[in-house]
Ligand binder design. Sequence first.
Ligand code: KIV
Length: 311
Amino acid sequence: MFKPLRLSIRSFSIVSKLNSSYTHVPRKTIADIHELYQSNTPITVSTSHDYITSKMVDAADIDIALVGDSLANTTLGYQDTNELTLDEMLYHIKSVQRGNEKSLIVADLPFGSFEKSTEQATESAIKIIQSGKIQAVKIEGGNEENLSIIKKLVSIGIPVMGHTGLTPQKHNTMGGYKLQGRDSKSALQIYKECLNLQKSGVFAIVLECIPNKIAQFITNNLKIPTIGIGAGPHCSGQVLVISDLLGMKNPEENHIAKFVKPYANFYNLGVEGLKNYKKDVNQKNFPLADEHGYKVKKEVFEEFKKEAETL
Ligand code: KIV
């Protein structure tokens, strides 16, 4: 399934070795991701949108932490990803960066921050790489304009992750969040985009919501890793949005996509915890004086009381 990489990509391993020798905790590099790919080890990717989820992603030793623009419609409660601004994204990138020492951190260039020109895209990418202290950016779509942007970013040393299939930033033109590549023409279009993205220098491509066999064909015919979400088991790695992965959203109010597997039930656990807290406070079972409180020396209290009573 996986093919050996060309020499240009292999040379990244030199950077990897150097990196681990001078940093306290070695953070994964693009070279490490390609080593996983070459050794057929599935690459794990999870989004994280803040310091707390970032700490969890780091503790679980996830290979890539993606500050995806799903931040908008999950953590921030916006209607869709297109409401998110670059500054909001940067604020969250910084919190993720502070919480994660080991994963390669990649962040989305949000809608409106890169489409106008290569200059705009370069400025936005430099801003989040420089202030956010992350390692790479992700750009949705493989149209001609994006390819020029990607080539420019790669040429100035910014690694880029591609993203095709369902690209939520274009949900208005796609007519919603639907399976892509269902007919041979659109599947071929996705494959062509992948070949073009690979040629433009992306280090990996997210394949979102496409049939298993199309993703398998694409994965087998590329020389870079594919990261699937709703793209079946044959991709080089998998990504899930952390609120889906940990069951953070109310299942009664949110549609859970077929491709999601929740590995925890944070929402129900959280609501149960909060209800128990409310009950304890109402019934004066929390806080308990000895268990949760602090003592003051008898003589200190007597002196305080004596003074206080004169006020
Ligand atoms: O924004 C995001 O979380 C993403 C993943 C779904 C790949 O792009």
